[in-house]
Design a protein around this ligand. Structure first.
Ligand code: DAH
Length: 348
């Protein structure tokens, strides 16, 4: 066993080696490594202390331990001092670096709302003024909500109009082909009166310059006692004027949807030529917005509404189409390219 004096020298040698190493450490990382090598749990100083205590005579163990503790304290103190010195030096370097306050700053690029989001928010706000509240439904729908309850039983030819994505292994589930199933959800969940607007994504196997396999619709539904076709027309006209401008007119053309009777296609006076006739409206002066009609009593039967007492109207418009008309966009694909230069052009 080493004598106390010898041990003292061994500790002194370690602490002086250590002091030399940390004095030349130039980064915090380097400093921490040296500290771990000497002062860490497996470091040289602690190992020497452990070994010395183990081999010391019982009466000496206490003194030996204290020698080691003193050395460890020194190692820790010097580590903290050197760390502060390094930090202080870094701070001073930062301060000394000359700063030209007249240089222009780095301009951060702001994000942009997608035009579909802008259109959706604006439409929701307009219909909110008329007392419509937003309702939502899932994108994966049951056959019942998407078709059957909307008077399209299995094998109904109207199902062919909507090129449906089916969910593999789940014959009863589809990606909703329109937002109309939200009507069903709403009526199943609440007794009349109902006044909802349901914006959201829909899916159809369709792709060309005006169709995308994922697109957005906004659905409207109003059910109460005494709701008439005139109410539908009034609401649509109000909405078109608020959204496209006060000079716009609407036209309702007889049409067919299984879930409305009577049904109509809704046209607005062409937003490009104001009804005079141009290429976009194919010289007709009118552009189609979507479908609408009075809720078919057959739909009420599926949701247990009393068709004798209540009447209602519904409508469904494409949001992309609305955005294309509003902003003069000619290809629906632009909405889904994910190019920020596109989104950046539209401001609310
Ligand atoms: N759901 C129809 C479609 O996708 C659009 C529609 C037509 C919705 C008439 C309605 C309506 O609410 O009354 O193509």
């Amino acid at each position: 066993m080493a004598t106390l004096d010898e041990l003292k020298q061994q500790f002194a040698k370690l602490t002086s080696d250590y002091a030399n190493l940390i004095a030349t450490a130039t980064s915090e990382q380097e400093l921490r490594k040296v500290f771990a090598d000497y002062g860490g749990a497996q470091g040289l100083v602690r190992n020497l202390q452990k070994h010395a205590i183990k081999t010391a005579a019982p009466t000496e163990k206490r003194n030996v331990g204290q020698l080691g503790n003193a050395a460890i304290e020194t190692v820790e103190r010097e580590f903290s001092a050197r760390l502060s010195a390094l930090e202080e030096a870094a701070r001073r370097r930062d301060l000394e670096r000359s700063v030209d306050l007249t240089l222009p700053g780095v301009r951060r690029r702001l994000g942009h709302l997608h035009p579909i989001t802008l259109v959706r928010r604006e439409l929701v706000a307009i219909f909110a003024e008329l007392g419509f509240v937003v309702a939502v439904g899932p994108h994966v729908e049951t056959d019942f909500n998407n078709f059957a309850a909307l008077a399209m039983p299995k094998d109904h030819p109207a199902r062919d109009m909507q090129d449906t994505f089916y969910v593999e292994g789940a014959p009863d589930l589809v990606l909703r082909t329109h937002t109309s199933p939200v009507q069903i959800r709403e009526m199943l969940a609440h007794p009349p009166p109902v006044r909802i607007i349901a914006p959201g994504a829909c899916y159809r196997k369709d792709e060309d310059p005006t169709h995308s396999p994922m697109f957005h619709q906004i659905e409207g539904l109003c059910v109460d006692e005494g709701v008439t076709f005139a109410d539908l027309k009034g609401v649509l006209l109000h909405f078109v004027r608020r959204y496209f401008g006060e000079t716009h007119r609407i036209r309702l053309r007889p049409s067919f949807f299984p879930f409305t009777e009577p049904s109509a296609e809704v046209d607005i006076s062409c937003v490009f030529c104001e009804g005079k006739g141009c290429r976009t409206c194919k010289q007709s002066g009118w552009i189609e917005l979507g479908g609408a009609g009075m809720v078919d009593p057959e739909v009420f039967r599926h949701v247990n509404y009393d068709a004798e007492r209540y009447t209602g109207f519904a409508f469904g418009f494409g949001l992309e189409r609305m955005a294309m008309l509003r902003y003069g966009i000619d290809n629906i694909g632009r909405f889904f390219d994910g190019d920020v230069r596109f989104a950046a052009q539209f401001q609310s």
